[in-house]
Design a protein around this ligand. Structure first.
Ligand code: HEC
Ligand code: HEC
Ligand code: HEC
Ligand code: HEC
Length: 157
């Protein structure tokens, strides 16, 4: 056999092995719609929804909803979801009945600092404070002493 024929044979074997392995291991629904398994869509859809969105909360907590979403005067927190602070709403409520949710915030200051702690990596547009050093923002005092309404925390002139 000439050397070119041997090279050709080797390449042919590689292609055959590749084709065989591919046809044995490729999931059936791969590539039906794109570079993913089409069967995975229904699998993801069948998962329980954990995030309910703030419109759901509005039905029973209208006051908090109106404070949070207030446009006039505008609330600084108007773009936040309730669940960003209170946790995922799946267990509370269910089918219109409020269940115990464990969504009461145990440490309000800590909660505020998750988002407002001064960090070099945070964008400048995010209002940030620190509780340490010479620029400390009223350390030792509860945030809600002054920012009396959590859902609408800023002061308006
Ligand atoms: C079907 C009505 C209903 C819906 C919808 C609802 N809640 Fe409630 N929620 C209640 C009731 C009733 C209570 C209990 C009030 C009480 O004990 O004074 C409550 C209490 C709370 C409390 C206080 C918990 C505590 O221990 O003091 C928080 C926080 C809360 N809900 C947040 C939410 C959020 C966030 C959502 C949306 C994800 C939501 N709720 C949706 C009815 C509802
Ligand atoms: C920025 C974080 C944050 C967001 C967003 C937020 N909350 Fe709250 N919420 C709090 C904190 C903190 C408290 C506790 C206030 C306190 O102890 O003075 C609270 C208290 C509550 C309470 C209990 C009130 C009471 O009298 O005990 C309810 C009900 C509630 N929130 C519902 C909501 C709903 C509904 C939304 C969305 C429309 C929402 N919250 C969005 C932080 C938040
Ligand atoms: C989930 C993140 C988050 C939490 C938790 C949170 N905030 Fe905010 N806060 C924001 C965002 C986002 C803004 C608005 C930034 C903007 O102007 O676009 C904001 C704005 C503010 C402002 C207005 C600042 C200004 O210059 O207008 C105050 C005051 C404030 N928050 C206080 C609090 C207090 C007090 C708490 C705790 C009770 C708290 N925040 C918890 C995200 C958060
Ligand atoms: C003694 C009253 C007081 C206390 C306590 C207090 N603040 Fe403030 N806070 C203010 C005042 C006054 C401003 C400036 C007025 C404004 O921007 O609306 C302010 C501004 C802010 C701002 C905006 C900063 C900026 O650069 O735009 C944030 C965020 C904030 N406070 C969060 C908090 C958090 C979180 C706590 C609790 C750890 C807290 N504050 C405790 C009075 C207070």
């Amino acid at each position: 056999m000439s050397w070119t024929a041997r090279v050709f044979l080797v390449v042919l074997i590689i292609f055959i092995v590749y084709g065989a392995v591919k046809s044995l291991t490729k999931p059936k629904s791969l590539g039906v719609f794109g570079h993913y398994r089409a069967a995975n869509i229904s699998k993801q859809l069948s998962k329980e929804t954990k995030f309910v969105g703030r419109e759901t909360c509005k039905a029973c907590h209208e006051q908090e909803y109106n404070d949070l979403c207030s446009e006039e005067p505008s609330s600084a927190h108007r773009n936040l979801q309730c669940e960003a602070c209170h946790g995922l709403g799946v267990a509370h409520p269910k089918e219109g009945v409020a269940l115990s949710c464990g969504c009461k915030i145990p440490d309000v200051t800590k909660q505020c600092m998750y988002c407002h702690e001064m960090l070099p990596s945070r964008p400048k547009s995010m209002p940030q404070i620190t509780l340490k050093g010479p620029e400390a923002h009223f350390p030792g005092m509860a945030c809600t002493t002054c920012h009396t309404n959590t859902h609408k925390p800023a002061f308006y002139k």
